[in-house]
Design a protein around this ligand. Structure first.
Ligand SMILES: [Zn+2]
Length: 342
């Protein structure tokens, strides 16, 4: 173990992948103020208040209010461009980005095609200029119900030309049981879309059981409450289902009572495929590099364990195997330069 591995900035220097990142939660206040036309001091204070959260329901309400400020496909192009620049600064090479088009169709009548055309166009322009490769996962909103989810699955399949590769579902985990969405997830699999779902974040281990046994997802969004059920931990390890963990998010929404009680070390050391992600980086005041660093500094993992989690994240992407392994090789070489054996 090297001192340098714990030095500030080490994570930023390493090439990284991210698999749980919401486009709408990545909007920095400056970008939000610009697209909302809220540059005045009063409006800016109103918008700034959306970045602190009392608890999980309060966070969901703030997320909705941020979304209400996004009114045009041009806004999506600006947001995606800003995200891509930020990821490039942090040496993130590849990211799978959630986007929730249903919210904007309902609020402003924007179609998913218009949104994805703008977001994907911005992402591809940035990639050509040396930015990260972005792929999109359409994220359903659980409390909108099953018909909305069915429609979103069809939309995802129709938006493949905009680099949409799969679906997820977020929102209020207690609004409807995970198992109720078996139909739309079966259809997504039939259409060849990749699948993940937020579960075991706010709701307990049962939602994770339903996600793997009934929705048959490839990955679980968060899933940290699986730690409460030792049989579930054994099953996750055996199946190799990756958990898209987002350490700061859990602390800021109150899902976890504090850094000292975070389940990531226990899950990782039980052999579960833990990955590291930023979730809604702007809304939680974090970055992916910071999430890597808190694994060391707040959660007490060793540098080699952090590196193993970073490699797992690259291997849990929905990229072809060769591209996963190319990133793992780059990460290993960069880690060696930092004095970390990976
Ligand atoms: Zn999320």
């Amino acid at each position: 173990m090297s001192d340098r591995a714990g030095s500030p900035g080490f994570a930023r220097r390493l090439p990284k992948a991210e698999i749980h990142l919401h486009l709408e939660g990545s909007i920095e206040l400056a970008t939000l103020a610009r697209i909302a036309g809220g540059e005045g001091a009063g409006s800016r204070a109103r918008l700034a208040a959306l970045y602190t959260h009392r608890d999980f329901p309060d966070f969901l309400q703030n997320f909705r209010r941020v979304c209400a400020e996004i009114r045009s496909p041009g806004d999506f192009a600006s947001i995606t461009e800003a995200l891509s620049r930020r990821l490039e600064e942090e040496n993130v090479r590849y990211a799978e980005v959630f986007c929730s088009p249903t919210i904007f169709r309902r609020a402003h009548g924007m179609s998913a095609g218009e949104i994805l055309d703008a977001a994907c166009g911005a992402a591809r322009r940035r990639e050509k200029a040396g930015g990260p490769r972005l792929r999109f996962l359409l994220d359903g909103v659980r409390q909108f119900g099953i018909p909305a989810m069915e429609e979103m699955v069809e939309t995802a399949a129709a938006c493949r030309r905009y680099d949409v590769i799969g679906i997820g579902m977020g929102g209020d985990e207690r609004s409807a049981p995970t198992a109720a969405f078996a139909g739309p997830y079966r259809e997504a699999r039939r259409l060849g879309l990749h699948t993940t779902v937020h579960a075991g974040e706010f709701d307990g281990p049962r939602s994770v059981w339903e996600a793997i046994e009934i929705l048959e997802v490839e990955r679980i969004g968060h899933g940290v409450r699986a730690v409460e059920d030792s049989e579930l931990v054994r099953v996750l390890r055996r199946l190799g289902v990756a958990l898209e963990c987002c350490p700061t998010s859990n602390v800021k929404t109150g899902v976890v009572p504090g850094w000292g009680r975070h389940p990531i070390p226990a899950l990782h050391r039980s052999g579960v495929a833990v990955t590291v992600n930023s979730d809604d980086p702007a809304m939680f005041g974090t970055t992916l590099s910071n999430e890597w660093e808190v694994l060391l500094t707040r959660l007490g993992l060793e540098p080699e364990e952090v590196m193993a989690i970073g490699q797992r994240t690259a291997r849990a992407t929905f990229q072809p195997r060769a591209e996963q392994e190319a990133l793992v090789d780059d990460l290993r070489r960069a880690a060696a330069r930092e004095g970390i054996v990976a």
